[in-house]
Design a protein around this ligand. Sequence first.
Ligand SMILES: C[S@@+](CC[C@H](N)C(=O)[O-])C[C@H]1O[C@@H](n2cnc3c(N)ncnc32)[C@H](O)[C@@H]1O
Ligand SMILES: [Zn+2]
Length: 403
Amino acid sequence: MVEGFVVDFPSVVVREGKVEVLVPDLVAFGVMPSDYAPSRAPVFFNPVMEFNRDLSVLAFRVFQRLVNREISVCEPLTSQGIRGIRYAMEVEGVVRVLVSDINHHAFELAQYNILRNGVQDKVTLRLKEANALLSGNAAPMKRFDVVDIDPFGSPVSFLDSAFRAVKNKGLVAVTATDLAPLCGVHVKACVRKYGGKPLRVEYCHELAIRLLVGCMVQMAAKHDMGLNVLFSHSSDHYIRVYVQVSYGCQKADESLKSMGYVLHCFNCLHRETTHKPFNDLTCPDCCAKMDYAGPLWLGKINNAEFINQLLLESQIITLGTARKIDKMLAILKDEAEASITFYVLDQVGKKLCLPATSTQTVLTALQDMGYQAVPTHFNTRGIKTSAPAKVMRETFKKIVEPK
Ligand SMILES: C[S@@+](CC[C@H](N)C(=O)[O-])C[C@H]1O[C@@H](n2cnc3c(N)ncnc32)[C@H](O)[C@@H]1O
Ligand SMILES: [Zn+2]
């Protein structure tokens, strides 16, 4: 325990993973569990993000094993410190964690939490602006193995300095909660921030990940870095991606080759991808005019082997959200190799003016015809398949229409 520390706002102690931290008492501030944005509390804390933090612990443990050396972590938007403290205590091989926040209430609380958990030898705290902190650690000998960007809203303004502060073969993990722009509610904001056009479609959360990765690829390329996406997911109110960085202009060029566009027909649900700019947006299926999203990342957004390792690792450690984690990872394992975009059965039914049918029935019917067809973590009613829209429509009709 830490003697003499007085916090001048209502607070409670929470346990998460191996740590015990003091956080604002959200009930006293009238914060609802659905309030994700900066809340009325003087220091940010979101208990719902335990899933995000548990997965980060898991991912960093697997990454550490992959690189097989002692690692350093920087978390420049730490708030009360819970993330950085967890990395120090729960990820083997972590020898140094640098955490920081610009808010002095957060700084004081994080300082207390570091001492309370006895990790002051590993965790260093600063009261510093995130970009200034990362830029101050951009010299080759100062860079980190892992940089974790967990902001309110968009991470874009921190990406450039994150890449400057990461070692070759290091990992950059990024959360984005600004789903309104990324999912096509605020198109201009998305183009401005991420450099790509979003689309309000049933698979907009997948496009959101692809827009974020696309933006990271373009940003990393300016530093002659290429990216390999190890893991990504969409959960609750946010998306999260984990990319491994490789130094070298050829690596950067290679990554840029996976940039492109997704073309979508709102009339018949046809979708296609292209790496080249296009003039003609006529749907090859129904001749309606298609819309598009991009430029965005068309490469893999999950690495099947990394997901496999995450599944194995989750059997070894005890995490509060283990059940939810295992459920999602089991789906992601197959999803990692599946095609871009997915169909949502309720949307298909609506288009065909037909009642809904079970996901499993459609999955089996498509698989029986020899198409790849798997569920997706993005939507419980979603199917990723190699079948074209026409086949999906006909299959759905055959199942649902009375004989
Ligand atoms: C979403 S919270 C971080 C939550 C924390 N990572 C966790 O897992 O609980 C974002 C934090 O970033 C801090 N912040 C916002 N802009 C910043 C900046 N430019 N530099 C440093 N900290 C900043 C805020 O004060 C806030 O505490
Ligand atoms: Zn069409």
